[in-house]
Design a binder for this molecule. Structure first.
Ligand SMILES: Cc1cc2nc3c(=O)[nH]c(=O)nc-3n(C[C@H](O)[C@H](O)[C@H](O)COP(=O)(O)OP(=O)(O)OC[C@H]3O[C@@H](n4cnc5c(N)ncnc54)[C@H](O)[C@@H]3O)c2cc1C
Ligand SMILES: NC(=O)c1ccc[n+]([C@@H]2O[C@H](COP(=O)([O-])OP(=O)(O)OC[C@H]3O[C@@H](n4cnc5c(N)ncnc54)[C@H](O)[C@@H]3O)[C@@H](O)[C@H]2O)c1
Length: 467
């Protein structure tokens, strides 16, 4: 094509979310000629529409919840919820009004070259970029192409859904005020974090989950705990729901379920995410683009000269996974195959509801499916010294999953106040395969939440919960 600019680089990175940005920056700093291609904002979903703005909402909502706990502990206090400071923080502090100039400048400062546009593979060593300005550029990669293009919200095939103006996380993050009422389809991390945060600002929230429990990939106890707490906070949480239709009119949304109709001013769809493998041209390197993820080996390689990382490879849709994989891929690229391999045994995740649900490694069910001889131990937070002291808002538990033949933890959950922080110690134990006997010989500071780990270890070795 006559007006197509042809360019060459060592590495072309398609998608500059947390993973792509980390990889492209480190390769550029190492002296490679790197072109980073980004269709939207450098930084990706996490800083602009995901982790950071939602955690600002959660922080504010938690402050309101703590105020409501004052009467039980310290007299009286009254909160006057106002979403405006949250919306302002998200706009001004988190996203600079959804402007990525700082991130682009940082990458260019590291020595990278940046192209704003949509990239598509044309074979293993070439990326065709449709630039925002209207031009087109063909970039040939001497060393390789890295696909780090993330995922987009998935809308389930519910009759009527494609004709109504429902919210995804992108709209919910840009809310200027808490809606009067909100129906949330999906009881995973996205749905639950938004549901609780808006409810604490006064929104009447209904959560509709198809499975028989919330947080379906975690321990069943986690979903039960969150459903119980949300219910007590006044949310209407329905599991095992089959949604048969959605409509929108002047009065808002109507969601039809087997158990009746749910009406709400806003509808948030949070039913998982999918990559666009077809749009990325991955068929040109022989991949089946109907799949739900890009298959990679343990060094993030897809094919000779092609790597993929982050949400698009489906090994955990978390920023820390994306950045971890960027480190693995960067070392593979820089050493020509001599770097470490990815190890997901101690993959941590935290759902930032209150109580926070932290988990690492395998759930009990997954461990049993893998043929591991499992022993579990549990401590209830309200029964621990610190939980009892804490009182209002002390719901939670610590559950350990031990490989009883090896005498090491292969998974753990810490749900409760600061559950994500307590997870730190458990992550080290699973990652380092610290023997349970060594964990039992440690001194746990009194009275901390993490001392609940010792209670759970005692339950583990008591033998009562063997299975
Ligand atoms: C509401 C919400 C809350 C979350 N909270 C957390 C949390 O608390 N903790 C956590 O660890 N994770 C959280 N996540 C998940 C986290 O945001 C993702 O795991 C992370 O952003 C994935 O990084 P990535 O680099 O793989 O992809 P992304 O962040 O999705 O970035 C991919 C980039 O590629 C670009 N792109 C796509 N196609 C093309 C193309 N053809 N050409 C050029 N560019 C392209 C996109 O525009 C995007 O910028 C949350 C997600 C959401 C939605
Ligand atoms: N704190 C965090 O780290 C954090 C926060 C938000 C998102 N994330 C990441 O983003 C990813 C996507 O989050 P998510 O919550 O959208 O996805 P998810 O897959 O975890 O949960 C989606 C839920 O929607 C339900 N669902 C699907 N179709 C339905 C239907 N027709 N009716 C009712 N329910 C239906 C599913 O059963 C599931 O429970 C997560 O996997 C997570 O890794 C992480």
């Amino acid at each position: 094509m006559a007006d197509t600019e042809v360019d060459t680089a060592d590495v072309v990175v398609v998608g500059m979310g947390p993973g792509g940005e980390a990889l492209a920056g480190s390769l550029a700093e190492a002296g490679l000629d790197v072109v980073g291609v980004e269709a939207a904002l450098v930084g990706g979903e996490c800083p602009y529409w995901g982790c950071i703005p939602t955690k600002m909402m959660v922080r504010a909502a938690d402050a309101l919840a703590e105020t409501r706990r004052v009467p039980e502990l310290a007299g009286g206090a009254e909160a006057f919820p106002d979403f405006a400071p949250v919306a302002r923080r998200i706009r001004e502090e988190a996203t600079t009004d959804w402007d990525d100039t700082i991130a682009v400048d940082r990458f260019v400062g590291q020595g990278g070259r940046f192209v704003r546009g949509t990239g598509r593979l044309q074979g293993a060593d070439t990326v065709r970029v449709r630039e925002d300005g209207g031009g087109e550029r063909l970039i040939r990669a001497r060393t390789g192409v890295v696909v780090a293009a993330g995922t987009v919200p998935f809308a389930p095939p519910i009759p009527g859904l494609d004709r109504v103006p429902y919210w995804t996380n992108r709209d919910a993050v840009r809310a200027e005020k808490a809606p009067g009422s909100l129906a949330v389809i999906g009881g995973g991390p996205i749905g639950l974090e938004f549901a609780q945060a808006f409810a604490r600002f006064g929104t009447r929230v209904t959560v509709l989950e198809a499975l028989d429990r919330l947080l379906g990939s975690e321990e069943p106890e986690s979903g039960e705990l969150v459903a119980d707490v949300l219910g007590r906070e006044g949310l209407d949480v329905r599991t095992g729901v089959r949604i048969t239709g959605v409509a929108h009119g002047p009065d808002g949304f109507a969601v039809e379920t087997g158990g009746g109709r749910v009406e709400a001013e806003r509808l948030l769809v949070a039913t998982g995410r999918r990559p666009d493998l077809e749009g990325l041209g991955l068929a040109s390197i022989g991949l089946d683009t109907s799949g739900r993820a890009v298959p990679v080996d343990e060094r993030m390689r897809v094919a000779p000269g092609v790597w993929a990382l982050g949400d698009i490879v489906g090994r955990g849709e978390f920023t820390h996974v994306s950045v971890y994989q960027a480190r693995i891929a960067a070392q593979d690229i820089l050493t020509g195959g001599g770097g470490p391999v990815a190890d997901y045994r101690a993959l941590p995740r935290v759902t930032f509801t209150d109580p926070e649900v932290g988990a690492v490694g395998l759930t009990e069910e997954r461990a049993r499916e893998q043929g591991i001889g499992v022993r579990t131990g549990t401590a209830r937070i309200p029964s621990t010294a610190r939980g009892w002291i804490h009182r209002a808002g002390n719901d939670g538990f610590i559950k350990l999953v031990e490989d009883r033949d090896e005498g090491v933890l292969v998974g753990a959950t810490s749900a409760g106040p600061n559950g994500g922080e307590v997870l730190g110690a458990l992550s080290v134990a699973v990652h380092a395969r610290t023997p349970v006997e060594v964990l039992r010989s440690m001194i746990y500071a009194y009275p901390t939440f993490h001392r609940g780990i010792e209670d759970a270890l005692n339950d583990l070795v008591s033998g009562d919960s063997e299975g």
